[in-house]
Design a binder for this molecule. Structure first.
Ligand SMILES: [Fe+2]
Length: 229
C-alpha cells in the first residue's frame, strides 16, 4: 500500500517530469522594453504594435507548436536550437529555422532599438572595432543600409561577431539567423515589409535612414563587450 510519503515523492517526480513541463509552452513572447510609440516619428506605434504583438507572437506560437511535444528540445533555448539545427530531427528543422529564427531575431531586434534621444553612440571597444572594420560609425551605417537595401524580398541585414571575434556585416534571407553559420548576432535590421510598410510603403531606403536614428548603442556596445571577450 502506498504511504503518504510515497505519494508525495511521486507527485514531486511528476512535477519535475518532462511531461509536466511540456504543459507550459517552452517559449514566450518577451515584453517590448518600451512603449509602442517610443520610436516615433521614425517607427510608428501601429507598426510596432502589430510587429511585436502579432508577427513576433506568431513566430513564438508556431515554434511552440513544432517542438512542445519533444521534451528534450523544449529544454533548449532558441539560440541553442538554432546553433545545432543540423543535429535536430528532420521533422522540426524547417520550423526551428523559420519560426525559431523569427523568435530569436525579433527578441534581439527590440532590445537594439530605443527612443532617438537615448540612441547615443558606440563606445569603448566597439568604437575601435567599427573604426577598424568599416572606417567608423558613419561609414558602418552607410554599409548597413546598403546591405539592408540589397536584400531581395524578406530578410535581415546583420552585424555579427564571428568565431574569431571579428565584426562581420552581411545579410540573410527570411528569418535565417547568424547563429546558423556560427556567428553571434550583435545588431539586425529587419527588412520584411511588415517592419515598415504602414509608414514607408515601398520606400525601404527611407525606413533605413530612419531606423539608424533609433539604434540603442548602449545596448549594442554592452553586447559587443560580452560577445567579444
Ligand atoms: Fe519582423
Amino acid at each position: 500500500m502506498m504511504t503518504r510519503r510515497t505519494l508525495l515523492e511521486l507527485a514531486a517526480l511528476s512535477a519535475a517530469s518532462p511531461a509536466a513541463q511540456a504543459a507550459e509552452p517552452p517559449f514566450v513572447l518577451p515584453k517590448l522594453p518600451y512603449a509602442y510609440d517610443a520610436l516615433e516619428p521614425y517607427i510608428d506605434a501601429q507598426t510596432m504594435q502589430i510587429h511585436h504583438d502579432k508577427h513576433h507572437q506568431a513566430y513564438v506560437d508556431n515554434l511552440n507548436k513544432a517542438i512542445s511535444g519533444d521534451a528534450a528540445l523544449s529544454r533548449l533555448s532558441v539560440e541553442e536550437l538554432l546553433q545545432r539545427l543540423d543535429a535536430l530531427p528532420a521533422a522540426v528543422r524547417t520550423a526551428v529555422r523559420n519560426q525559431g529564427g523569427g523568435h530569436a531575431n525579433h527578441s534581439l531586434f527590440w532590445q537594439t532599438l530605443c527612443t532617438s534621444s537615448k540612441s547615443g553612440k558606440p563606445a569603448g571597444r566597439l568604437t575601435a572595432a567599427l573604426d577598424r572594420s568599416f572606417g567608423g560609425q558613419d561609414k558602418f551605417e552607410e554599409k548597413l543600409q546598403a546591405s539592408a537595401l540589397g536584400v531581395f524580398g524578406s530578410g535581415w541585414a546583420w552585424l555579427s561577431v564571428d568565431s574569431g571575434k571579428n565584426l562581420v556585416l552581411d545579410s540573410a534571407p527570411n528569418q535565417d539567423s547568424p547563429l546558423l553559420s556560427g556567428k553571434r548576432p550583435l545588431l539586425g535590421i529587419d527588412v520584411w515589409e511588415h517592419a515598415y510598410y504602414l509608414k514607408y510603403q515601398n520606400r525601404r531606403a527611407d525606413y533605413l535612414k530612419a531606423i539608424v536614428k533609433v539604434i540603442n548603442w548602449d545596448f549594442v556596445t554592452a553586447r559587443y563587450e560580452d560577445l567579444a571577450k
